[in-house]
Design a protein around this ligand. Structure first.
Ligand code: OAD
Length: 391
């Protein structure tokens, strides 16, 4: 099995475009005024040096401290994990990663957060991630009789034999799972006017389902929401494709007779055009939050290296990944290792948002229930008006 896969070649929407070309191609959707919260312009932009001053107050997170105390390997020699905050009494008070980031947010020093996410944000919704040994999807594909696990998402393999993917797709199609607290936390970032953009690798659709608006979301690995021929890219009605797949049939392109697939990005395919918006977003970010991803897949993984070096990067994950595996950590890098839901909840509590997120989650989930509940006589999604009014 190839540990790191490379996307190459063909733009999902059609045009040829090299995977490694990371500059925005002509015609890219530009960041528009409407995608930035109007409140932003009223805030004072912090200087980089001011930010660095704040960051120098950082100390090791509680979980890391605990690991360090036990002599485990996540001790960091990063200056940022050794600095301490001086209390008014002159005594040193260590700050954890979450407290430091929470403080920056509360001080208004952060206003353009970019979230980078992967399958780990959806495990609390009951969807396995890909690479966790034992439970990850790639450890559980024996029944599909494929040469190596990632073949199931390989476009050349699909071209020869679409059946394994279509069998799996029956389970992957959105509809069975609900967003969890982590998704709603990200939506709350948006509602607070702090979310510049969320870049997700997930294809479960839970970001949209929890109410993160389209213009704040980049589904870098595509989604099941649309479908097209894998050869000529002629669009195909997504619902018809789904019905065919659910019935065990291969949807066929009416133009070239190629197999149609949902527009999930396979290995060997290019990422959607919207992905290239990163060239404008990442230089604007003043906080990068990396959640629940192994950062193993390019070109997505390298995005995290495109923020300015003074920009704080917070990793929330079970284990260190990508640049967080190196020692020493970059000065502005922070990580909170452990269960993502726990970490996000702690951060929400530090920010004083926990109750608000729970209320949002409850009201939105009730709205979703009444929307899909056939006994709901009005048949309306009560949540859509709530969402609109909040934006
Ligand atoms: P991975 O499965 O590679 O990584 C998930 C990461 O989340 C791992 O580091 C886990 O330890 C961590 N994790 C899982 N559950 C967690 C939890 N409850 N709390 C904290 N951490 C948790 O998934 P991705 O990085 O998203 O591509 O994988 C990237 C891409 O590889 C996917 O988009 C997919 C796959 O091949 C395609 O489908 C095209």
């Amino acid at each position: 099995m190839t540990p790191v896969n490379k996307y190459r070649g063909v733009n999902m929407s059609k045009a040829k475009s090299s995977r490694d070309r990371r500059i925005a191609p002509p015609g890219i959707t530009r960041v528009t005024r409407s995608s930035i919260n109007p409140q932003d312009s009223q805030r004072t932009k912090p200087t980089d040096s001011g930010l660095v001053d704040d960051l120098s107050l950082m100390s090791v997170s509680e979980q890391q401290a605990s690991l360090a105390r036990k002599g485990k390997s996540y001790q960091s020699s990063s200056p940022s994990t050794k600095a301490v905050l001086s209390s008014p009494s002159g005594r040193s008070v260590p700050r954890g990663a979450l407290e430091t980031i929470g403080r920056l947010v509360k001080l208004g020093r952060v206003r353009n957060i970019v979230v980078v996410a992967g399958a780990g944000i959806s495990t609390a919704s009951g969807i396995p991630d890909f690479r966790t040994p034992g439970t990850g999807l790639y450890a559980n594909l024996a029944k599909y009789d494929i040469p190596y696990p990632e073949a199931i998402f390989n476009i050349d393999y699909f071209s020869d034999n679409p059946h394994p993917f279509f069998s799996l797709a029956k389970e992957l199609y959105p509809g069975h799972h609900r967003p969890n607290y982590v998704h709603y936390f990200i939506r709350m970032l948006h509602q607070k006017g702090l979310l510049l953009r969320m870049y997700t690798q997930n294809i479960d659709g839970l970001e949209k389902l929890c109410g993160i608006p389209d213009d704040k979301l980049v589904e870098a690995h595509g989604s099941f929401a649309t479908a097209a021929c894998h050869l000529c890219y002629t669009p195909y009605p997504a619902e018809e494709a789904k019905q065919a797949i659910m019935n065990g049939n291969v949807p066929i392109c009416t133009f070239c007779a190629g197999a149609v697939k949902p527009n999930v990005v396979f290995f060997g395919e290019d990422l959607p055009e919207k992905y290239f918006q990163h060239a404008e977003d990442f230089p604007k970010a003043d906080l990068l939050m990396i959640m629940g991803t192994s950062l193993k897949i390019e070109p997505f993984a390298s995005l995290v290296n495109t923020v300015k070096s003074t920009v704080p990067r917070l990793l929330l994950n079970r284990n260190p990944v990508g640049p967080f595996e190196r020692r020493p950590l970059r000065r502005a890098d922070y990580m909170e290792l452990g269960d993502l839901s726990d970490s996000v909840r702690k951060l929400a509590e530090i920010l004083g948002w926990h109750t608000e997120i729970q209320d949002l989650m409850n009201s939105h989930e009730n709205g979703l229930c009444s929307y899909i509940d056939p006994s709901n006589s009005s048949g309306e999604n009560s949540d859509s008006s709530e969402t609109d009014s909040m934006h």
